[in-house]
Ligand binder design. Structure first.
Ligand code: GDP
Ligand code: MG
Length: 193
């Protein structure tokens, strides 16, 4: 029978765990003003902020029970997406799931999502990174520039889930964070098999 060498095996710390809890690292992406911070703050603190500082980039941690199991979610709320700095690439590399947010009231923010997806795939060296297309501000129906069908079409092209949300009304807010965790779990199973 083959025996071990008796030397201790070094297991590098796994960044996905914190005190034995699985921590899912989620990154908010999207053009400025689409509601990345509003969605994050609704999810984490159950408040709607009319005027969150658009330059603040911050990480939040939130406990959530998803399909009956408690998890920790690390949510990185990004800001100032125009330049892809080394730092930005670094957190994108560390992110496990990405919420790609546009505003249904701004066509340009919708069109920008392709560029965000290309960057994520490039940085992660992978083209099945868990992502969700999120059309926010669906409460502003009079100012809508992007139809639900267009949103669904883009998600189909990306082969990912699609949600319309309202941070203002707290509509589908928990759902997007729970669903991205499920997407990450599915990817883990795919990679394992
Ligand atoms: P960010 O730059 O992507 O983080 O966008 P913010 O979260 O700062 O939101 C930009 C502006 O849009 C703020 O004035 C928010 O109050 C507003 N906003 C964000 N989400 C919604 C929403 O779902 N509905 C409405 N009506 N306004 C929103
Ligand atoms: Mg913000």
């Amino acid at each position: 029978k083959k025996r071990g060498t008796g030397l201790p095996v070094y297991h590098p710390p796994d960044a996905r765990f914190q005190n034995g809890n699985r921590v899912y690292k989620i990154v908010m992406l999207g053009q400025g003003g689409v509601g990345k911070s509003a969605l994050t703050l609704q999810f984490v603190m159950h408040t709607f902020q009319e005027d969150h500082d658009p330059t603040i980039e911050d990480a939040y941690q939130k406990r959530a029970v998803i399909d009956g199991t408690p998890f920790l979610l690390d949510v990185l709320d990004t800001a100032g997406q125009d330049e892809f700095t080394a730092m930005r690439e670094q957190y994108m590399r560390g992110g496990e799931g990405f919420l790609m947010v546009y505003s249904v009231t701004e066509k340009r923010s919708f069109k920008e999502l392709r560029r965000f997806r290309e960057t994520v795939n490039r940085v992660r060296h992978c083209n099945d990174v868990p992502i969700i297309v999120v059309g926010n501000k669906c409460d502003l129906s009079a100012r809508r520039e992007v139809t639900t069908e267009e949103g669904q079409g883009l998600a189909k092209e990306f082969n990912c889930p699609f949600f319309e949300t309202s941070a203002a009304l707290r509509l589908n807010v928990d759902e997007i964070y729970h669903e991205i965790v499920r997407c990450i779990q599915k990817k883990e199973l795919r990679d394992y098999n």
